[in-house]
Design a protein around this ligand. Structure first.
Ligand SMILES: [Fe+2]
Length: 269
């Protein structure tokens, strides 16, 4: 038994689809209710769908009763404030788990590389059902920011950098690919992130939007890449050593695994 996965994501683990005309929509993300939730950088989140409809962002498996990242419950307060974003999340028609807007403060490329992580999207997901993947709809216009993806966290040769102008739409198997966003600039970046169950609905939505499974990386000086990679690996090693000395496992308070080969459970990018 295994999971139903989309062939569109087989080759690279991601697919870029046609951009959305973001400029025509109101900036609903400016009105939403946010909660502090540190994940992959200096972040806050606004849940539009959560495990049981409360304004909180914890993984669905951490609730009682625990559940997999499906059947998210709409958060009435935020749905009322963001009907267009809610409709966009619902557009593919696939089962939705977590759905939230991320607010990410500016960072550096080196910090982004240190933040690379994989998501724990399929915890408790029954085999034989659809594999959970995540869609990223960039809301603010951040043409100089990039979604950094790596098949191997420590190997820059596996890296793809996808630019994030307003309206950019990317579907990513974030349990397969290490990911984080490099967001230079002066203002926070906002992005709608939704967990979807793989299946015919999501496949049809992708198929109708000219999917591209391998895009050219945004250019970046090789020396910068190497320096950032070295720094990130040193920071991870130092952190792992410090935690080992204390006898604790290398887990952040939010459930993020910062070092080691095991699954990392950070939830956003
Ligand atoms: Fe993530």
């Amino acid at each position: 038994m295994s999971y139903l996965k989309l062939p569109e994501l087989d080759e690279t683990g991601y697919v870029v689809v046609d951009s959305y005309p973001q400029e025509r929509d109101p900036k609903e993300w400016e009105q939403l209710i946010y909660v502090d939730w540190k994940s992959s950088g200096d972040t806050r989140f606004s849940p539009i769908a959560s495990a049981y409809g409360a304004i909180e962002c914890d993984g669905f498996w951490n609730h009682n009763p625990p559940k997999t990242d499906k059947d998210g419950v709409w958060v009435p307060e935020n749905v009322a404030l963001a009907p267009v974003l809610t409709a966009r999340a619902q557009e593919p028609g696939a089962n939705i788990g977590r759905c939230r807007v991320i607010e990410l403060q500016p960072n550096t490329y080196a910090e982004c590389i240190y933040n690379l992580h994989r998501d724990d999207n399929n915890r408790l997901n029954p085999e034989g059902t659809g594999w959970i993947v995540r869609a990223f709809f960039n809301l603010t216009d951040n043409p100089d920011s990039v979604m950094v993806l790596r098949e191997d966290r420590d190997d820059p040769s596996t890296e793809t950098r996808i630019p994030l102008p307003a309206g950019a739409q990317v579907v990513i198997d974030t349990q397969r690919l290490y990911h984080a966003v490099w967001h230079p600039g002066n203002e926070p970046r906002y992005c709608l992130i939704t967990s979807y169950e793989s299946g015919p609905q999501l496949q049809a939505w992708i198929g109708a939007r000219n999917p591209i499974s391998r895009v050219p990386s945004a250019p970046l000086d090789a020396a910068i890449v190497t320096a950032a990679n070295d720094e990130a690996m040193q920071r991870r090693a130092a952190r792992a050593a410090a935690l080992a000395a204390k006898g604790s496992d290398p887990t952040f308070g939010d459930g993020t695994m910062s070092a080691g080969p095991t699954m990392e459970v950070l939830s956003e990018a």
